[in-house]
Structures are given as C-alpha cells and as structure tokens.
Design a protein around this ligand. Structure first.
Ligand code: SF4
Ligand code: SF4
Ligand code: SF4
Ligand code: FES
Length: 980
C-alpha cells in the first residue's frame, strides 16, 4: 500500500502539518513477533550479517536484513505455526554442518554463526510446488476479486515465479461453498480459504475469544465460526482480528468490496473509548475505506475492537447537521444561518445575559470526546472571555472521584501504569469495570496474561465475562451488593493488617507515617473485619479473606477499576481505599502493579488535565493558587476570578433558581447522560440561551437556541490522552464537513465576545498548553510525530514521557493513607423500592449511542434491556422479553426484561445507550460527597410487568417528534449558504 500525504499548507514552524504518519512509520510484516532478550545472536543471511535478540526467528532476522522470505501462514502479530511450507530455507550451522532438510524459517530460531540461504534453485522448486497446490484449489478470479492488489496469495504466486499448475484447475475444489455474509462488516468466502489458520490463531492469541476452529479434515478442512454457525450467531465479537490476519480475501471487509483497495494512509487515534487505540485510516481521496489498527500504536499494538475498526460510518451519516442554526425559543423552527451570524448571535446573547443577570449567569461544558486543544480552548474561553470559572466537564459524571482520590493519596490525578505493564502482573484485581465490554482491546491483553497463569479477583455485583469466560476464570468473584465497595475494600485492608501481610519496608520508606498508623489502627478495628462487613456487602467473609491474601502475597498485584468504583456516593472514598491497599502492600511504582482507572471516553484523562473543572486550571492547579493563576493571567492577558465556579449539578440548580441563564455545551449530551433526566430538562428549559456544538442534533440540542455544527475526529488535528496518560495525535484526513473544526469555532466565539484568540493550527494551542502546564512542558506536535505518543509527565525531568509513575517517590512526596469509613448509601432498598438498579455498557454501543446507533452496530444491540434474576422475575410474573416498568423516587420508565443469572437476586441492571429508554429518568440526584459524581450505580427501584410506555416516555416521544419537525421545517436563509 502506498503511503502518501495529503496536501496541506504548513501553518506552524515547529512541526510539519503535511506529515500524516509518525516518523519511522513502518508497515513491514516481519513474519513473526519481535523478541526481547538481553542476549543477541549474529548470523548471516544470503551473505548479509544481521544481529537480532536471542529467540528471534530466522524469518524475522531476514526481514530485518531487508530479505523477504516468502510466507503465507506466518504474520508478525501471531506466533509461528509452520504449516504452509513456503518459507523453507537452507541452513548451515556454526560448525559448518548443514541442517537436515529444508527448515521453515518462521519456526526456526536464529542462532549464533548460522549461515542461511533463502534463494536457491531447490528452494524455488519446492516453493513453486507448494504454490501450485494452493492455486489448483483457488478461484482464478483475481481481476474481479476485492483483494486484487492486496492479497498475499497473489503476491506469493508472483514471488515464487508460478507460471503453470501441473495439477490443472479442473479437479475437486471448493467453489460451491456458501459465503457467509451475516456479519455487517465482513464476509467469509470459504472458496478462497487456504487453511493457513491465521484467523483461528488471531481469534485465540490476539483477541482471546476462541470463536473459530478448523472443521473437517484434509481437503475438506475449512474455517468455521462456533459450531459451524454463521458468524453473527457464533461467539464472535466482530473485533476483526481474523479479517486483518487473513492473507486472502476469504475474510474481507465489506467496505473494501464496496470501494476497492485504499490508496493512502494517515495514522490517527480512535475516538471511542479510553484505551486510545492507534489506527491507520486507509483512504481513497478523503473517503475512509478501512481502519486498520496500527501495530506500533502504544496502547493497542495492532489490535482493535468492533467500534474503532468498523463503526466509523457515523462520521458521514445523513443525520450530521452541517449548517449553523439559531432560534429565539425552543418552540420555534430552526433557522439556518452563516457561521458569522450564529457565532455573533451566541456572543450577543451571552453578553446580554451577563449584563442582565450578572457575570456568573453563564458557563460552559467541555467534552471528553473532543481533543485536548479544543477542551483547553473552551475552559480558556469561560475563564477569560466569560470571566468566571463556571466550566465543568462530562468527567464530572464519570471519573471526577479518580482525580480527587488519587491526587489526595498519591499526588497525581491519573493512573500509574502503561497497559503493557499488565504483562508483568501476577494478580489482577478488577473492580467495578467490565473490560471485555468497555475496554475490549485492553481486555484481550488482560486475558492473554490470565491464560499465562496470572490470578484474577473480580469485585462486581454482576457476573461479568471475566468471571467465567473462555479459558479465563476468576479465582475470586466478590459479588457485592451495589453501594458497598468501601465495605469490601476496608475488610480486605483489615485482613492485610491483622494477618501481618503489610509491606512494612515500602510503607516506612515511601509513606507518611502518622497517616499510615491512623489508617492501620482504623482498619484493624473489628467493625472492619470481613465477618462484620459481610452484613453490608453480602460477600462471604472467607472469600474476602482469600482475595486479600492473594492480593497481598501473590506477587505483582495490579488494580484496574472503572465507573463501578467512582459513580457512588462514596466514589472518592473508594478510590482512596484502593490507593491505600496498593501502598500498604507496596504495589506501586514498578511494572506489573499499580492503580489503574479505566477511562470511559477517549479523552476523559485529557479533558481533566486541560483544566475543565471549575476549581482547577490546566495541570490540576487550584484556581485560588495565586502563583498559578497569575501565570495564566499573564499569558492570557486578563484578570481571572479566584473562586471556583459552578459544577454541572450546581449549574442546573442555579438555572432552576433563576440565577444561571446561558450555557455553551461542546460535544456532550447532558440530557441523556446526566442523572435525573427530568431535573436536567427542567433546568435547561429555564435557561435563556443554550449553545450546543455537536455533530448531531442530540437530546440536549433539542433544548438549544444556537446549534454550532461539530466536526468528527476525522476532520481535525489535535491530540487525545488515554487512560495511561498517553497523548496521541489525531490527524485530519478530510476537511471539516461544516466548514470549521471545533477548535476554530471556539476561537471565533471568543473573538466575537471581544476576547481575542489567534491560532493557525492546534499545534500552536499545544505549545501554549505546554508553556503553562508543568506536566506538559516537553510536549510538542513535532515530538509526537517523532515518538508516536507520549505519556505525561513529559518535561525537563522526563523528556520522552513517563510510562510508570511514582517509581522512587510519590508525586506528592510521601504517599498518604486516608481513613475510608464505610457509610451506607442513602439509596436503600425499601418495601416500596426493593431492588437495586445498577448501570453499565455493552461492547457494540458507546456511551449515549449517538455515534454507534448510527452504524451497523445496531445489528448487535438495538435496545436497552433490564437484566433481572430469575428469582426476582418469577416473583413478579415477569418472563424473558416482557415489558417491565421500573420506578425509582426520581421517575419511571419501561424496558424489556432480560431474565438472567448475570445479576444476583435483588439487583437489576441496564445500559443507557438509547434515549427513549430513559435509564437516567430513574437515576437520582445522589452523588459522591467530594466531587458530586452521580451515584449511577445504586438506585433503589421497583420493577413490575406493564403493558404500555411510561408517562415520561410518552412525553418524551411527543417532545422529540415536535423537535424533529422543527428541525425538518428549518428555514435556510441566504446567508446560510455562504459558509465561512
Ligand atoms: S472477528 Fe474477532 S472475535 Fe470474531 S472470529 Fe474474528 S477474531 Fe474472532
Ligand atoms: S480464512 Fe483466511 S486466515 Fe483463515 S484459514 Fe482461511 S485463508 Fe487462512
Ligand atoms: S478498544 Fe476503545 S480505543 Fe480501541 S478500538 Fe475499541 S473503542 Fe477504540
Ligand atoms: S510461513 Fe513458515 S511455514 Fe508458513
């Protein structure tokens, strides 16, 4: 494939905006995986001397010397299999003796002093013979095959000089075998299969799903999904690893069948989850043809999930709103206007509101889906142009307790490790996270390590896949009642302290003594014992004791956690409890250990880093810190307010009490994603100017007065920061469909407000961020091009970044233990509400679903359902698939029931991907004591069979239809046609 570069004018001196791939970009398939070894061996291949790490295959050593040995069953991402016999070589050992026969170079390790010949007449003959056999049973339709030009079988026929097939083409073949087109994203055409096993191995080794087998024998052997099922009916999770591994067009992307082979490549970053996978966006012109995970991507190393690899079609979906729109009232039809008019209108309305209701009557919300640069600009606009600190972010409702809890204990609001650190982990603790659904590429890596023998403790109210998956079983599943995390972590700490399992040397050297002693004495109290806490958590004491012993004594132990930790009334307490446990056992500051928050959206870490919280400037410096504030005042040329501004829930309350009137909301759908939907909707209805910037007319936009069309990740330059603090480039592969990228819109809005902003390119915004943020001092776009990605802190002390934090000392100096007293949630089961509702997500959908609902992913999951245990279902006369009403003190909604033992009796569960489900109509205003992160994971509810939608759903349907009509009736003004 050709790597070309899209023609754009350079706009900044410090990097080359024409560059679409990192320096050192390498697409070569070296045939077998790289080896890491302290020893190296030197051998000679076709007269060229090459030195490689011990354990490297002869094939890879040859490729490193620039010699490509023909291959079919080998590929760099998989362990060698040695089945096709195309890679045969002749070898003479150090002692001058010739190796017996013709060894396969993919399975033969390179050895010191070897002399290898890859091209001899005998080898040519043998390879030609192999190819003849393959081709005699292969449809000869290369010219019309979708893989024409991108097929390894075709390439190898050329490489070995195949001119004739002695066996003819008329023998027995597989041309009549039926294609499987069930998967929306790829096809399986068995007639083209060469039974190389690459797909089977990819599904096992890379993905860890084990969905494929080779069925039949000899000539009849073929790949089959599940029990000879269509792909869509098998266990396949559509990660696409098998498709990428297939050397022919047997497994082929439907996009390639439709568009043909791509022409050029740009390396960019997935815009979905916090894993932050790097992708090669393969294009024809500006048409994306395929997203291929980039093998040198630091977070994913060549793997991907269904969302990143296949679900990108939303970017050009017909629902995209491409023209700016305004309206006086939300009952008016929209008017399409020019960018100038929309931005001028928004600025005028904001200023009028400030004159009428005061400086603090307006605010802004940044998005964890937008780039660092965009997020930075929105908070800058609020602080400098609105001149207040009323800025908050959607991370408020997910990981704000992580920021608070880790800052207090360890000194930095971020995870401690790289993803690949899990390869050195002996005991994994997964708390309130469901990696196979939420962070699938990292889950594959975890599963690989578990298959190698690492132990697993799962702390979760549900039986998530990791508890009892294929070739993966949890050693302990602490199936606690929702809302009792702190009870469990405190009782684990009790076991570690009272059974003498503390790492006293680590604690003495690295932690504050007084705080530790207080914590130790506190957790040792009898009320924190597993036996006492069992009454709250429902987890048998002996399981907690066993898990605590395993964590403390099983070798390198790492904790991975998700929103099941943070989205609780005691979210911040639990984060501190996790950090306490890691410090107490010395599991911080090296490979294989640590405290690792799994971030939900792509840029949750980045939006927090960029100063999106009302009390913190970029780099987590408190707004009341005079030194930090004056640094920004000087750079921004404006005096900043020193009091923290309003958090999102405070904005809603202030709107309802009449003091908060205007909101700039970029890339965030608060109506669908925030708790207590009816409260949010009332607050928005009370405001006078809501400006929404998004790619779709989302639920929040239905309450808006100004709509500014957003741009997708394919349409802009910038950076995202993933859960490992890894800053990666987002590269623009097409011009913004609405004419302006999101960062340009914020710049225009600031200028219209009378606060000048001038940036020619996001690289210049990053330069400003780096100048003002100590942990980003060394970050530039040029360095990102050079290194591929950078994990912050990146500064004078760590010019290439920091993969592992707190190595010799904690960022705050000494680690600090905090007392974590279990306080039962206010959300308690009662006779009226006897069940506890908890929420989560599924693999194929993403967050509020705005993107994934507009892709073929709806074929995998097209409605939110309520999981209920058979016992609770039977008690209520509910059968699988029945409509059920769910009622909490906040509201009611109706979903279909999924009767399953994944949830324990007394617990129900749902997802929140579809607006009409109204999952957040049920969730309440209960929130974390420190950060106001909503308690999504615990809501007391009743569930009953019903025959009709809830009242809220009927009201929503009417409102939605009205808003869709007002959008369809939008009037295009003449000015709207003159896009900027
Ligand atoms: S798409 Fe992924 S899960 Fe499905 S068969 Fe292929 S490798 Fe396995
Ligand atoms: S489907 Fe492709 S990868 Fe799998 S065995 Fe057949 S040719 Fe090989
Ligand atoms: S794991 Fe996350 S970042 Fe990676 S491809 Fe999937 S959604 Fe994208
Ligand atoms: S590539 Fe080595 S045997 Fe197939």
């Amino acid at each position: 494939m050709l790597t070309t570069e899209i023609n754009r004018k350079p706009t900044s001196d410090d990097f080359d905006p024409l560059r679409m791939v990192p320096y050192g970009y390498d697409d070569t398939d070296y045939g077998t995986p790289a080896r890491v070894s302290g020893q190296s061996v030197t051998l000679t291949i076709d007269g060229r001397e090459v030195t490689v790490p011990a354990g490297t295959s002869v094939m890879r050593a040859a490729a490193q010397a620039g010699i490509n040995v023909p291959k079919l069953c080998a590929t760099e991402s998989l362990e060698a299999f040695g089945s096709c016999r195309l890679c045969l070589v002749e070898i003479e050992g150090k002692d001058g003796r010739r190796y017996k026969g013709y060894p396969a170079s993919c399975t033969t390790p390179a050895e010191e002093g070897m002399k290898v010949s890859t091209q001899t007449p005998k080898l040519q003959d043998l390879r030609r013979g192999v190819m003849e056999l393959y081709i005699s049973d292969h449809p000869l339709d290369c010219l019309t095959c979708p893989a024409n030009g991108d097929c390894e079988l075709q390439d190898m026929a050329g490489v070995v000089g195949l001119r004739d097939v002695r066996y003819g083409y008329a023998g027995e073949n597989h041309l009549q075998d039926k294609k499987d087109e069930s998967n929306p994203y790829f096809t399986y055409d068995p007639s083209k299969c060469i039974v190389c096993n690459r797909c089977v191995r990819a599904c096992e080794e890379t993905q860890g799903t084990f969905a494929l087998t080779i069925s039949g024998r000899g000539f009849d052997s073929r790949v089959s999904a599940g029990q000879d099922q269509p792909f869509m009916e098998s266990e396949c999770v559509s990660c696409g690893a098998c498709v990428a591994a297939c050397p022919t067009s047997t497994l082929q992307e439907k996009s390639i069948i439709q568009w043909g082979v791509p022409e050029h490549t740009a390396v960019t970053t997935c815009a979905y989850c916090g894993v932050g996978c790097a992708f090669k966006a393969e294009l024809k012109g500006t048409q994306v043809i395929r997203m291929v995970p980039y093998k040198d991507g630091g977070a994913n190393e060549g793997h991907a999930c269904i969302k990143g690899r296949f679900a990108w079609g939303y970017a050009t979906h017909k629902d995209r709103v491409l023209k700016p729109m305004v309206r006086e009232q939300i009952s008016d039809p929209w008017r399409e206007v020019s960018w100038d008019e929309a931005i001028g209108y928004a600025a005028r309305r904001f200023r009028e509101l400030q004159v009428k209701y005061g400086r603090d009557s307006i605010g802004g919300i940044t998005s964890s889906r937008c780039t660092n640069e965009e997020t930075y600009l929105v908070q800058k606009l609020v602080r400098a142009a609105f001149n207040n600190n009323n800025v908050d972010t959607c991370a408020r409702v997910c990981h704000s307790p992580t920021g608070y809890g880790l800052k207090q204990t360890l000194g930095e609001s971020a995870g401690t490790q790289t993803f690949n650190s899990v390869d050195h982990c002996d005991v994994m603790v997964v708390i309130g996270a469901n990696p196979t659904e939420g962070h699938p590429v990292f889950a594959s890596r975890m599963k690989r390590r578990l298959r190698q023998g690492a132990k697993l403790i799962v702390i979760d109210p549900r039986r998530i896949e990791l508890v009892d998956g294929v070739h993966v079983k949890a050693d302990y599943h602490l199936q606690l009642k929702p809302g009792t995390n702190v009870a469990v972590i405190a009782s684990m700490a009790h076991v570690i302290v009272t059974e003498g399992l503390l790492n006293t040397a680590f604690v003495a050297a690295r932690c504050e003594e007084k705080a530790f002693t207080q914590w130790r004495d506190f957790v040792a109290r009898p009320e924190n014992s597993p036996e006492a806490m069992q009454l709250h958590s429902g987890v048998p004491a002996e399981l907690v004791r066993g898990a605590a012993r395993l964590y403390a004594t099983g070798g390198n132990a790492a904790i991975y956690y998700g929103l099941g930790v943070t989205e609780h009334a005691q979210g911040s307490t639990m984060v501190m409890g996790i950090a306490n446990l890691a410090m107490a056992t010395g599991n911080v500051g090296r490979e294989g250990v640590g405290v690792n928050p799994l971030r939900g959206q792509n840029n949750v870490q980045g939006s927090c880093d960029m100063g999106s919280f009302p009390h913190e400037l970029p780099g987590y410096r408190h707004i009341s810190d005079t030194t930090a504030r004056s640094l920004f005042e000087q750079a921004w040329g404006v005096e900043l307010q020193h009091e923290p501004g309003l958090r999102i829930p405070n904005m809603f309350d202030a709107a309802l009490s009449g003091s908060f009137k205007g909101l700039y909301c970029q890339g965030e759908d608060i109506v669908q994603s925030d708790p207590d939907t009816q409260h949010v909707a009332s607050a928005l209805s009370a405001m006078e100017c809501i400006v929404v910037q998004d790619i779709f007319l989302n639920e929040t936009a239905k309450y808006a007065h100004v709509f500014l069309p957003g741009s997708s990740f394919l349409e802009k330059d910038g950076t995202f920061t993933n859960a490992e603090r890894r800053i990666s480039r987002v590269r623009k592969v097409m011009d913004p469909l609405p004419g302006l990228a999101d960062w340009e819109v914020t710049v225009e809005l600031a200028n219209a407000l009378g606060y000048p902003m001038h940036y020619a390119h996001p690289a210049e915004i990053m330069s400003e961020i780096a100048a003002l943020t100590p942990t980003f001092h060394g970050v530039t776009f040029e360095k990102l091009d050079r290194l591929g990605s950078i994990q912050w802190p990146c500064n004078e002390k760590a010019p290439d970044g920091t993969p592992i934090m707190h190595v010799d000392e904690f960022v705050r100096g000494k680690g600090k233990f905090f007392i974590t007293k279990y306080v039962p949630s206010d959300e308690k089961v009662t006779r009226k509400f006897p069940l506890l509702l908890t929420t989560g997500r599924v693999l194929s959908q993403y967050n509020v679903g705005a993107q994934t609902r507009r892709t073929e992913n709806v074929q995998f999951y097209d409605e939110d359902r309520l999981e209920i245990h058979p016992h609770d279902a039977e008690e209520r006369g509910i059968r699988d698939g029945d409509w059920v009403g769910i009622e909490s003190r906040a509201g009611q909604t109706v979903l279909r029931a999924d009767v399953t033992e994944r949830v324990a009796p007394g617990v129900v569960y749902t997802t929140f991907h579809f607006p009409e489900s109204g999952a957040n109509v049920i969730t309440t205003d209960s929130s974390d004591w420190a950060t106001n992160c909503p308690e999504y994971k615990v809501t007391a509810v009743q569930v009953m069979p019903v025959a009709q939608p809830s009242e809220w759903q009927r009201t929503y349907q009417d409102f939605n239809q009205t808003q869709e009509r007002l959008y369809e009736q939008r009037q295009a003004t003449g000015a709207a046609m003159t896009a900027k």
